[in-house]
Design a protein around this ligand. Structure first.
Ligand code: ZN
Ligand code: ZN
Length: 309
């Protein structure tokens, strides 16, 4: 068991960026690494996605645990590169004392394990995933509700190209919802109309139903990480790309009555000042809705403690 087992849950943000890492002077405050969030609760170390941020997490875990074994469970939302590209550089994977459980759903064009293995196959990387010396287990999920130790995990498929899920983790001291990539369902009708698979009325009903289910899934979460990659203006040029806009993301969080929204999956072209402006705008939108929702942008290095209700 991890050495810091206690009653509060802790979140640490190791990567908050979407699409591609963007280190440099313009992203110093919010960070340039791609998606990776650490959640420690009830004796478990759960890692949400393995973007480039997981490299620094791995180094920190080795520093903390030293010669003691590290047991990590990684929950994968999907295999887009910005969510798996850090895995080959996760130091605990290279030590026999550690165990690494990788959990995720079947992807497009292959099993979860096959897709994860591909990015480490020759000629892309010198060490194959299966050759990592740690105690490695790769498990393709089919259930949408299960437990990691005492932590209750629920998942649901979201509106994003390919198979992509969001997760909700309920621990003794609080709940976290993690939806790093998601496009508002309101616009699903555009794709459905375009490919003539549904009438406009069927598409509208589908969008309304799916959004209601997503609201229910997120209901009352203490912290919600939600895709808010685009400003409202930018979104108009990116409909169908699979990502959220500021207003639709705040609206979803308000409707789901979450306590705190962390704008997530920052666009690689957004510098720190742009993210600041988006936070201000998001707070205005929440105020206009007379909501008590707390809004911030996810920031690499930030920590949150959940101390029960
Ligand atoms: Zn992404
Ligand atoms: Zn994606």
């Amino acid at each position: 068991m991890p050495s810091d087992l206690n009653s509060s849950a802790r979140l640490r943000l190791w990567g908050v960026r979407g699409s591609i890492p963007v280190p440099g002077p313009s992203t110093l405050r919010y960070g340039g690494n791609t998606t990776c969030v650490e959640f420690r609760a009830d004796g478990e170390i759960i890692v949400l996605d393995a973007g480039s941020g997981i490299r620094a997490l791995g180094n920190e875990l080795e520093r903390e645990f030293k010669s003691k074994p590290i047991h990590v469970t990684m929950l994968s939302t999907h295999a887009h590169w910005d969510h798996i590209q850090g895995l080959p550089f996760f130091l605990p994977g290279y030590s026999e004392k550690n165990s690494l459980r990788l959990l995720g759903y079947k992807g497009v064009g292959g099993s979860f394990g096959a897709i994860l293995s591909r990015q480490m196959a020759v000629p892309f990387f010198p060490v194959r995933l299966r050759d990592l010396p740690c105690d490695l287990s790769i498990q393709e999920l089919t259930d949408m509700e299960f437990r990691i130790g005492p932590v209750r995990v629920r998942s649901r498929f979201v509106n994003h190209p390919g198979n992509c899920v969001g997760y909700r983790l309920d621990a003794g001291s609080g709940s976290v919802a993690f939806v790093p990539d998601n496009e508002p369902y309101e616009f699903r009708k555009l794709h459905a109309e375009a490919c003539a698979r549904a009438t406009p009325e069927q598409a509208r009903k589908f969008a309304v139903t799916e959004r209601a289910k997503l609201v229910e899934f997120l209901e009352g979460a203490d912290i919600l990480f939600l895709d808010a990659q685009y400003t409202d203006e930018e979104y108009q040029q990116h409909i169908g790309w699979g990502h959220g806009s500021l207003t639709t993301s705040v609206d979803l969080a308000v409707d789901a009555k979450v306590k705190q929204l962390l704008l997530f999956h920052h666009d690689p072209n957004h510098d720190d000042d742009t993210v600041d402006e988006m936070v201000e705008r998001a707070r205005e939108i929440a105020r206009d809705r007379r909501s008590k929702l707390k809004v911030d942008a996810a920031r690499e290095g930030a920590e949150f403690l959940l101390n029960g209700r």
